[in-house]
Unconditional design. Structure first.
Length: 328
């Protein structure tokens, strides 16, 4: 087998189709879901052969569940992991009041950022074992990859990242994290709750994490850390909590007006490419295929805004996240 990959959130959308694409490329895929039976049913529904699949129970919103899932995983792995894909996410833009995770954190930040942050930290040692050292040239022949789903709407450098509905991603002075991120605090910035922005902020944290992992750990561990924007997959269940009229119009708008629309299958293929293809074996890169889809368009390295790349912010996000997930 070319490798083993752990991927979070495979009951629908990008994760499900990434799972399919990776299985078809010969990979062993371990899925991590809060309801593994839903993952089994979804895989069957889209025709993924079960022989290359293993299902793990993990609720990304609950730090204890992440720890338990990792313990089960590490106890059962025969070979080190070759890749980790951080894909699961929740987006609930219509909440009036924040929902809370098991640890009392705002739910989208807890699921999308803290759950994955802890998951990565707990798997780093294992992922570091996958490298094959090419001693003659002093470089790695192959190494494990950590691939994180980012998004255009959290990248202030791109037009999609500047849309003020409800506000662009912005972690402010991080006083929300600093004060412990418990009620009544619900935003990283410590400002008032904006559910749509909470999602964007969490995705900004995902991209900051990728950059900081690269800075801190790539050289010593060999692990390749990348993020990607797969295109606007406008019809996934991610948008299940948006108004019905939005769910009807958004895919049409993205197809006909912006040209940003990509199918779930295509987005899944893109994730699989970043996991497996040699040309994506570069650490610290945010990959994109652009915001307007064109036939046969090649991927490119999308520049991230200073909000994602600034090392001082990243250092604080790292240190505060370490604390909030209970590692320091
Ligand atoms: P979906 O809603 O289709 O998929 C999200 C997945 O995450 C589901 O399998 C869901 O499972 C899982 N999940 C949610 N909460 C948890 C949890 N607490 N623990 C474990 N798993 C959980 O969304 P998409 O496929 O659209 O999104 C996938 C990723 O792609 C996200 O990171 C998103 O930010 C990113 N992305 C999406 C874009 C788009 O246009 N759709 C654009 C750019 C990035 P469950 O059945 O349990 O809810």
């Amino acid at each position: 087998s070319p490798g083993t990959v752990l991927i979070t959130g495979t009951t629908s959308g990008v994760g499900l189709y990434a799972c399919k694409a990776l299985v078809y490329r010969g990979w062993q895929v371990i899925t991590a879901n809060r309801h593994p039976l839903r993952a089994v049913a979804a895989a069957e529904r889209v025709g993924i052969p079960a022989a290359q699949l293993t299902h793990l129970r993990m609720d990304l919103s609950d730090l204890q569940s992440v720890r338990d899932g990792v313990e089960t995983l590490l106890g059962s792995l025969e070979q080190p992991l070759d890749a980790l894909v951080c894909n699961a996410a929740v987006y609930q833009p219509r909440l009036r009041k924040p929902k809370r995770s098991a640890q009392g954190y705002e739910l989208s930040m807890a699921t999308n950022h803290f759950g994955h942050f802890l998951l990565i930290q707990l798997l780093l040692e294992n992922l570091g074992k996958a490298k094959v050292f090419q001693s003659a040239r002093g470089s790695y022949l192959s190494a494990a990859r950590v691939v994180i789903l980012g998004t255009v709407t959290a990248n202030y450098k791109e037009l999609g990242g500047k849309i003020p509905i409800p506000a662009p991603a912005d972690l402010g002075n991080l006083s929300g994290f600093e004060q412990g991120f418990h009620a009544p605090i619900s935003m990283a910035s410590g400002k008032s709750f904006k559910p749509g922005k909470a999602y964007k902020d969490s995705k900004l944290c995902n991209m900051i994490t990728t950059q900081e992992l690269h800075r801190r750990l790539h050289e010593q561990s060999g692990i390749l850390f990348t993020s990607l924007y797969p295109g606007c997959v406008a019809d996934t269940p991610l948008f299940r909590y948006t108004p019905k009229i939005f769910r009807f119009l958004f895919p049409i708008f993205q197809r006909l007006i912006t040209g940003g629309y990509v199918t779930q299958a295509k987005a899944g293929q893109r994730v699989a490419q970043v996991v497996t293809n040699p040309e994506f074996g570069v650490s610290g890169v945010h990959w994109s295929w652009g915001n307007r889809q064109k036939k046969n368009r090649e991927s490119f390295r999308q520049e991230l805004s200073e909000r994602a790349t600034d090392p001082i912010t990243a250092k604080r996000v790292w240190e505060l996240s370490m604390k909030l997930v209970g590692l320091t």
